[in-house]
Structure formats: structure tokens, C-alpha cells
Design a protein around this ligand. Structure first.
Ligand code: TMP
Length: 212
């Protein structure tokens, strides 16, 4: 039997990686084998693409179409090498960002054509959509306040997307809401403006309700 495929989406600072870690702990207690991965990245090729995308590693501005195709190239490689084989073994996959990031960022925020993006996404994922997508929803400003705190204690600095204007990020958040309305059977929206424990318990209820 195919394993289950869960993706986490949300605006900047919405707490996806923390929540993924907590969900993994709960699922592992049930004896479920899980592979966690992320986008862009998750494979050797994908991690190199990630570096190009997030930090202008090639030293020249990326045009919108190249940006889109790099994200989806990383996705196809991840699908082929990790996600499809893992699901085929009956194990579960949790992925930090996936097709809906492309729709929200390149589609709704950058303004690229939504039906073109749908086709390119479906091509990249061999038509295997997630079984459940958890959208961690958070006000843009609240997310950026969390990011500022994180960066204050680290040597890292804002990536190319975090440096976009606030208006861009409002379009990302609104875009996510449109996507969730478009596919209510796949999405669960979780309010991320709560304690880590409360968010985790809502995530757990969503997973139990949809997949266990
Ligand atoms: P993150 O892994 O730290 O969330 O950073 C990934 C960044 O890339 C984030 O700002 C969202 C952006 N992104 C896109 O614009 N399109 C995509 O398809 C994906 C996967 C991410």
C-alpha cells in the first residue's frame, strides 16, 4: 500500500519546521516510518538549486521563468529520487513546502499565469499530489517579527524572498487562502498565531482526522 504524503505550507515565519519535528515524534511513536524533506532541496541537485534560488549564488538576477523552472526542477528530482520511492515502500513523507509554494509565490505574488503553473507542477510531480496539506496561517507582520528574533541569534541573514516587499508577502498569504478554498478536501488551515503546543495539537488533530 502507498504511504501517506503530507506537505506543510505557510508564509515566512509560520513555524513549519518546528511543527514538522513535533509531528514526526508523534507519528514515530505509532511505529510509522517517515522521511522528512524540504523544498527547494532534499536531494544533492535540489540543494544546489536551493543555493542558486535563495542567495543569488550565480551572481546575476534570476528572471521569473528561470526561478519557476528551477523550483520545479528541484521538485521533479525530489519526486523521482525520494518521494515516489518512499511512498511506494509504504512509508510516509513529510515535506516542508511543495507545489502550493509555487502557486502562492510565483503565481499569486509574482503574477505568473496560474493554469500554466498548474500544468508545470503536475508535470514535475508525476501527478502525485499530497494526501494532506497543512497550511500554517499567520499574519505577515507576525511572521516577520519571528524571523527578526531568529536572525538576531544567528549568523544567517534574510534570503531573496524574505527581502521582498511586504506587499509581496500579503499576496502570498492571500494566495494560500485561495488555494485552500480551491481544494478544501486536501487543505487544513491551522492558525499559527498560538503557542507551539496548541499549534501542534491542531496539526495532530488534522492528521488523525484525515489520515489515521
Ligand atoms: P524556506 O525553505 O526557508 O521556507 O525558503 C524557501 C523560500 O522559497 C520561501 O521564501 C518560499 C520560496 N519558494 C518559492 O517561491 N516557490 C517554491 O516553489 C518553493 C518551494 C519555495
Amino acid at each position: 500500500m502507498s504511504g501517506k504524503f503530507i506537505t506543510f505550507e505557510g508564509p515566512e515565519g509560520s513555524g513549519k519546521s518546528t511543527q514538522i519535528k513535533l509531528l514526526v515524534e508523534k507519528l514515530e511513536k505509532l511505529g510509522i516510518e517517515i522521511t522528512c524533506t524540504r523544498e527547494p532541496g532534499g536531494t544533492a541537485t535540489g540543494e544546489q538549486i536551493r543555493n542558486l534560488l535563495q542567495h543569488d549564488a550565480a551572481g546575476e538576477p534570476l528572471c521569473d521563468r528561470a526561478e519557476l523552472l528551477l523550483f520545479t526542477a528541484s521538485r521533479a528530482q525530489l519526486m523521482d529520487r525520494i518521494i515516489l520511492p518512499t511512498l511506494g515502500n509504504g512509508d510516509w513523507v513529510l515535506c516542508d513546502r511543495f507545489i502550493d509554494s509555487t502557486m502562492a509565490y510565483q503565481g499569486f505574488a509574482r503574477g505568473m499565469d496560474i493554469s500554466t503553473l498548474d500544468s508545470i507542477n503536475n508535470f514535475a510531480i508525476y501527478d502525485r499530489k499530497p494526501d494532506l496539506t497543512i497550511l500554517l496561517d499567520l499574519e505577515v507582520e507576525a511572521g516577520f517579527q519571528r524571523l527578526e528574533k531568529r536572525y538576531a541569534d544567528s549568523a544567517e541573514s534574510h534570503d531573496r524572498f524574505e527581502r521582498e516587499a511586504r506587499e509581496f508577502h500579503h499576496k502570498v498569504r492571500d494566495g494560500y487562502h485561495t488555494l485552500a478554498e480551491r481544494e478544501p478536501e486536501r487543505f487544513v488551515i491551522v492558525d499559527a498565531d498560538q503557542s507551539v503546543e496548541d499549534v501542534a495539537s491542531n496539526v495532530w488533530n488534522a492528521v488523525k482526522g484525515a489520515l489515521l
